[in-house]
Design a protein around this ligand. Structure first.
Ligand code: BTN
Length: 263
């Protein structure tokens, strides 16, 4: 089920206030995040969503590759200009996670989960990811990139045991266009909530969709490794864990592993 993605089909009956006010679609790009940054530099307005059928340089956090074959996944980036201080931006990653989880849940036969800060999971496998990039300069803005593995029948050997798609999880293909439209609608709703000052609400919604809390985790930050129990997110969306010596450690970035799942 690989419905062609066109701006007209994507925008048909879209009920959004901002997100997708303009939609552009390309067959193949390097990275939709780079495309959105170029559009920002050319003066594009917030709300623009750029969508590609495939990416040759799709990327995730820490410069990792985001596998982006044609016709199978969703690869999109949305341009935003949130009127808030930069220290609120990490909440946008959580906001996008909530939106992606809500949208994908309606197309999933399995419960989906969120792993801090930017992973959408089926069980312990990665179904989707979010890459938020801030663009400074005269025309500053935020690019919110989202990738979801929709109808991938398999993955390259190096991520075969780490990744999954809705098709693999469901045992049946999913309508990519319908999922994309739902994602834009959910993003718009969640972003409106964020703009109305709903930081705590985002943290609450994110936390209720995460299997992390109360679980043993390790967090890698650069050369450092911490082990402990995931306790909560604070009001800024930072992860709080309790380490073996009983202290609370707060992270604003890091790579989390759910230790029980890794055993
Ligand atoms: C991650 O899990 O580390 C983030 C993955 C983000 C992938 C998406 S696909 C659309 C957009 N363009 C990119 O190059 N990356 C994001």
């Amino acid at each position: 089920m690989s419905a062609e993605l066109t701006p007209e089909k994507i925008k048909d009956n879209l009920s959004t206030l901002l997100i997708g006010s303009e939609v552009r679609v390309a067959g193949e790009v390097g990275s939709t995040n780079d495309w959105a940054k170029q559009e920002l530099a050319r003066g594009a307005a917030p709300g623009l969503a750029v969508v590609a059928d495939s990416q040759t340089e799709g990327r995730g956090r820490y410069g990792r590759t985001w596998v982006s074959p044609p016709g199978l996944g969703l690869y999109l980036s949305v341009l935003l200009a949130p009127p808030v201080e930069k220290n609120h931006y990490p909440l946008l990653t959580l906001m996008a996670g909530v939106a992606a989880a809500r949208a994908a849940a309606a197309f999933s036969r399995t419960v989906l989960g969120l792993k801090w800060p930017n992973d959408l999971l089926v069980g312990t496998r990665k179904l989707g990811g979010i890459l938020l990039e801030y663009c400074p300069g005269e025309r500053s803005g935020v690019v919110l990139g989202i990738g979801i593995n929709v109808n991938n029948p398999s993955f390259p050997d190096d991520i075969e045991n780490l990744a999954t798609s809705l098709r693999l999880a469901n045992g049946a293909p999913v309508d990519r266009l319908a999922l994309l439209r739902s994602l834009l609608n959910c993003l718009d709703e969640e972003y409106e909530g964020f703009l109305l000052g709903g930081d705590r609400e985002i943290v609450r919604k994110w936390s209720e969709r995460s299997p992390m809390f109360g679980e043993p985790v390790s967090v890698v930050q650069g050369p450092h490794l911490w082990e402990g129990t995931a306790l909560r997110l604070d009001d800024w969306g930072r992860l709080v864990i309790r380490t073996g010596d009983g202290r609370e450690q707060v992270f604003d970035a890091g790579e989390v592993t759910l230790r029980r799942a890794a055993e």
